[in-house]
Design a protein around this ligand. Structure first.
Ligand code: C5P
Length: 244
């Protein structure tokens, strides 16, 4: 597969065309951003770790009957994915109160919910990715009711599967963000990435009583170095993948 012209560059990834019109080439970068891009830093090895972690998670999800856009990993920082028409949506699932849920609603971090909370944010840099509801998305023609009737149950199935995957490596899945799109034949698929950049992951092997973050909150909140945490997630997921 040949890597052709660059189509897009985001905060953590670059997207290239390939000689197959149905396939794109993704390059994971070493940069990390937080606070709507206000904080930015490069971490050597992060691109390689996130490429590896996304591949492991997508493969583990596929084994649980949830396909994704991933075709295969093709290098340390590169993977091939199916080209999709992406919904301009950040789909957030929360199992435990953290982050913006706490700041917006004045709730204490760490409270477990009775059922998962599904939230949508419209991808729009100028408006800083505003929080939107189903009706907003329909009247703005971002998606149809029928799209939402497929997106919401798929997001919840992904949550169930991810809770199971992370529980098996003694990690609590607090919340995460995913993106979805449709392939040229109309199939709804999970896209983008699932990494410690896009999930809140709390270590359950630590018994000190305080939360041990294995995710980008280490960077967002200046709590420590992200690389050893991402390495730990990569190591545990590799062990799980080898055992399944
Ligand atoms: O910031 P907030 O609490 O809304 O984040 C919820 C989840 O979505 C977190 O796991 C965070 O890592 C993820 N997220 C993301 N990209 C964004 C916003 C949130 O990956 N732009």
């Amino acid at each position: 597969m040949e890597k052709l012209e660059k189509l897009y560059e985001g905060k953590a990834k670059q997207l290239f065309a390939t000689d197959d019109p149905e396939v794109l080439w993704v390059e994971y970068k070493n940069s990390a951003t937080a606070g709507d891009g206000e904080k930015k830093e490069d971490f050597a090895g992060k691109g390689r770790l996130n490429n590896r972690i996304t591949t492991l998670v997508f493969d583990l999800l596929a084994k649980r009957g949830i396909p994704s856009h991933l075709v295969k990993r093709v290098g340390d920082t590169a993977q091939l994915v199916r080209k999709m028409d992406m919904f301009p949506l950040e789909i957030v699932l929360r199992n435990t109160a953290a982050g913006h849920f706490c700041s917006r609603l004045g709730v204490e971090e760490g409270i477990d919910f009775d059922e998962p909370v599904l939230e949508y944010f419209m991808k729009n840099d100028e408006l800083h990715d505003p929080f939107v509801n189903d009706d907003d998305l329909v009247v703005l023609h971002v998606c149809t009711r029928q799209d939402l009737a497929e997106i919401a149950p798929l997001a919840k199935r992904i949550n169930e599967a991810l809770i199971d995957i992370f529980a098996k490596i003694d990690v609590k899945l607090v919340d995460f963000k995913i993106e979805m799109g449709r392939t040229s034949d109309g199939t709804l698929l999970l896209g983008d990435e699932i990494t410690p950049d896009s999930c809140r992951l709390w270590d359950q092997r630590d018994h000190s009583g305080k939360v041990e973050h294995l995710d980008k909150d280490l960077f967002r909140r200046d709590l420590g170095d992200i690389i050893p945490a991402y390495e730990e997630i990569e190591r545990r997921l590799s062990e799980l993948a080898a055992s399944e």
